[in-house]
Write a protein that binds this ligand. Structure first.
Ligand SMILES: [Zn+2]
Ligand SMILES: [Zn+2]
Length: 409
């Protein structure tokens, strides 16, 4: 079988990989980097089927450009399909607002959704000479790993976490000959989740008891709900704003993908949902606000920060990765950020907490050992070299953009 990365080999973002053989061409993921301007993977050839692991934009953001064009089937979990649809329409909206070229149309998104072939964990898709089994990736609800089986088997992890989170349980290893694994956290480990959560709760408590508001910028998918679960029993005057609200609603429609649906329901109840600008004024006077966007580059979070930036009693508690050239990174490093095109000083306290949904270095190495493959292909990473010293027992391949390589499958 021939493999080729169209994007996302040595970067976090804009994933896309073709698999060619057994008379078919498959595309595994087709995403975009939602940077300003957005970055896209290389153009995809005509494909027979598209496999999507999960609904983050770096994996799903360009799927309609292929499914809309070719009308090919899209294999994914029904939850990933529904959340992806939200993300795709949202990124079209952003492209229109910012004046970027739109890489596909709303009709393409509609056609993509009509072509979804829903599978769940444990299901196997029969593609003639190849079978593809879905496994949980433990990253966000609905996120899948794919096991491609011909003569031997190949596991493609997408984004994975192997430790349990409140929202979803960790991924289990699958024995395989070839392992395609993400390496986002090569060289770095996470503190134990319980420890991060305890520190985070203590900080929110401190902010609330000194009369401030804790603004918690979150990605809509996964992090919003994880943070709501962590804070649900604290009895705060807590608000949730942004696209995370609709995503929570979708997660609740597919309880089979959530670790504890009852806990999620009670988390939803513990937070008041902000609908419209009048409610935003109330929320800004509340104790806790969980809101998009996670890197402070857009979304309702900017309104709350504009309102509270001069209040030293309030705090901005970051709970996600802050990429370079984002407002979130600038705030962490320089204590200021751009609001309405102007760089302003922020007097609130700023702190960062680790709630990553990706496996850390040691967790990745343990996962590889348990899958027991011959070949390990590391993708979705800017620091994948740092995994090499711990993977010397394997034939490790660091794929390069656009360069085809062959493996026996
Ligand atoms: Zn992801
Ligand atoms: Zn990713």
């Amino acid at each position: 079988m021939k493999f080729k990365f169209l994007g996302g080999a040595d970067v976090v973002g804009r994933m896309g990989m073709t698999i060619e053989g057994a008379g078919k061409t498959l595309l595994v993921e087709y995403g975009m980097s939602p940077s300003k301007p957005p970055e896209y993977p290389m153009e995809a050839p005509r494909v027979d089927h598209l496999f999507l692991t999960h609904c983050h934009l770096d994996h799903c953001g360009m799927v309609p450009a292929v499914c809309g064009r070719d009308g090919c089937e899209l294999f994914t979990t029904p939850l990933s399909a529904e959340v992806s649809e939200l993300m795709m329409f949202d990124s079209l909206k952003i492209a229109q607002a910012e004046g970027y070229n739109e890489p596909y149309t709303a009709r393409d998104v509609k056609r993509t959704m009509e072509n979804v072939v829903p599978f769940t964990f444990g299901d196997t898709a029969d593609l003639g000479k190849m079978e593809v089994t879905f496994h949980s990736a433990g990253h966000v609800p609905g996120a899948a790993m794919f096991e491609f089986a011909c003569d031997t088997s190949t596991l493609y992890t997408g984004d994975i976490h192997t430790a349990d989170q409140r929202l979803v349980r960790g991924a289990k290893p699958v024995k395989c000959a070839n392992l395609f694994i993400e390496g986002t956290y090569g060289g770095r480990n996470h503190p134990p989740r319980k420890e991060s959560a305890a520190k985070f709760i203590a900080k929110v408590d401190e902010v609330v008891s000194r009369g401030g508001t804790a603004i918690i910028p979150c990605f809509a998918v996964g992090r919003t709900q994880e943070v709501m679960l962590v804070l649900k029993d604290m009895g705060y005057d807590a608000w949730v704003d942004g696209m995370g609200r609709s995503v929570t609603g979708l997660f609740m429609q597919y309880p089979e993908y959530v670790r504890d649906p009852r806990a999620l329901k009670s988390a939803k109840r513990a937070f008041s949902e902000v609908r419209g600008s009048d409610m935003r004024r109330h929320a800004a006077k509340g104790q806790v606000i969980v809101t998009t966007g996670g890197m402070l580059d857009g979304g309702p979070v900017l309104g709350y920060i504009r309102e509270l930036k001069d209040d030293p009693k309030s705090a901005i508690l970051l709970v996600g990765y802050q990429a370079e050239d984002t407002n979130g990174r600038m705030l962490m490093e320089q204590g200021c950020m751009a609001i309405d095109g102007e760089v302003v000083k922020v007097s609130c306290e700023v702190q960062k907490f680790d709630f990553s949904a990706h496996a850390g270095h040691d967790e990745l190495v343990r996962f590889v050992r348990k899958c027991d493959p011959e070949n390990v292909v590391i993708m979705h990473s800017e620091s994948r070299d740092l995994l090499l010293p711990d993977l010397q027992d394997y034939n490790v391949i660091l794929p390069e953009l656009g360069k085809e390589f062959e493996l026996e499958v």
